[in-house]
Structures are given as C-alpha cells and as structure tokens.
Ligand binder design. Sequence first.
Ligand code: BTN
Length: 268
Amino acid sequence: MRLNKYFLVNCAKLQNTLYKLLAKTLFIGKELYYMPTCHSTNDEARQKSINAAICEGAVFITSDQTKGRGQRGNTWFSQPHKNLTLSIVLNPIFLGSDEHFYLNMISSLAVKMCAQHFVPEAQVKVKWPNDVWINERKIAGILIENTLKGSRISSSIIGIGLNVNQTHFTETKASSLSLASGTTFSLPLVFEKLMLAIEHYYLMLKAQKYDELKSEYLSHLLGFRVKRTFRAEHVFTGEIMDVMKSGLLMIKTQQGERSFDFKEIIWL
Ligand code: BTN
C-alpha cells in the first residue's frame, strides 16, 4: 500500500503522539497536515491549495524540513525534531495589497507572545520586518507568501520557523527558547500556544484594530526610537521612528527622516 505523503491528523492514535487537532482555537489548525518530513511547509501548503479546496486556518507542519526557505532567498535550517517548522493558510481578502504588512505584524506579534509565555524572564523583541529575537539573537523567522486577487490579498501562507529545543547553531546570531531559558519544552504545547496567539492577532486584524496592532508592534520593536547602526548605500546611524502599513521602515537620520524597503537596508 502506498501512503499519501499527508497525514490528516484526525486519528486518535496519532493525536496522542504528534500535534493534536487544536481544541481551543476557533479555526486555526482545525485542518492539520502533519508530514514526518518535507522540503518546505510553505511549498506543501501552496501545492495543496492549488490542488484542493482547503479551509482558512489549515496548518502544515513537519518534524524534518529539508529545504526550508527564508527571506531574501536564504535557506532556513532547522534540526529535525527539535523545532517548529510550519505554515498557516489564511484568506485575508479584507486586506488591500498595500496593507500586506499587517500580516507581518500579526505573525511576529504572535510568535513574540508565544516565546514570551515560555521564557517570561527574557526580553523578547520583534526585529523589523518580522523576526523574533531574544537577547539580540534570532529565535524565529517568518516567510509570508501572498496571492492577490485584483488589489486584494486572497490567500496568505504564513511560514514560521521557531527554534525551540535546538542548542547548537552554526549561525552565531541564532538562538532558541531552550538556549534562552536552559529548559526543554514540549513541542505540541509550544505549537498550541503559537496557534492560539496567531488566531488572537488575526481576529484583531479582522476586527480592523489597526491602530492597536501597530502600537503593540512598535512597542516590541527592536531599536524603536533607539540609535542604531544600519547599512544602506553607506553606513549610518539612525533611530527607527515608524513602520508604514506597506512595510516601509522610517528612520530619523542626520539628513532627516528617510524610508527604506526591506531589500534596501541591513542592520549592523
Ligand atoms: C527568515 O527568517 O528568513 C524566514 C524563515 C522562515 C522559515 C519557515 S520554516 C516553515 C516555513 N517553510 C519554509 O520553507 N520556510 C518557513
């Protein structure tokens, strides 16, 4: 018998050992695709969305992602069975294409909320546009891929890599919940908390609480109103003053306030 590569996790035996269908959420993770291994959960989510009707809130999760993709065409490495690597499918048709950054805000705030819950003593920060850092080290990355229908966002795949129990990294600026706390965590428990947090912020977005979301995002933003060094066409110091709904970063420099797109600036 050939097994389908997806296991729709609705069998009691699997539920006890792997990620459970979520009992406490309204719609996130009610359709849950667990794959023991896959190349990229974002690619699996996209492929499945093309081939079949899937519900808003469907989650694709794997224990061993072999070709994880990151921002700027980078690769996302995650040690098998140690971390969360997953993608959530949303249909934010109420958002215009010029408002896509609200998806970055809600997903980074959700990861931040989840990490803060498990490591309450640490200062968890969001690094623009949507990384999550603890003690100046990155613990999570998010890759958002949108599909447009006219000028609206018809579908969004939110891919999250959250380092949970991995303790060795080749990348010096990488960390995990475990390294930040000295504790080992239950992946299903972290998963549940993360999904609840995603739902919480997505419902806020649906309820058009734009100002609340933005001020919460700015209040947790690394470097907000603090002098930092950046590199664009040259190295300069400046203070982050704002982030636009399109995602542009507004920085006060000695030459006045300037806006930067994601590809135009690097933190030093
Ligand atoms: C980054 O910081 O560069 C973003 C990393 C995003 C990684 C996640 S892991 C789950 C999902 N599947 C992917 O291929 N990438 C995202």
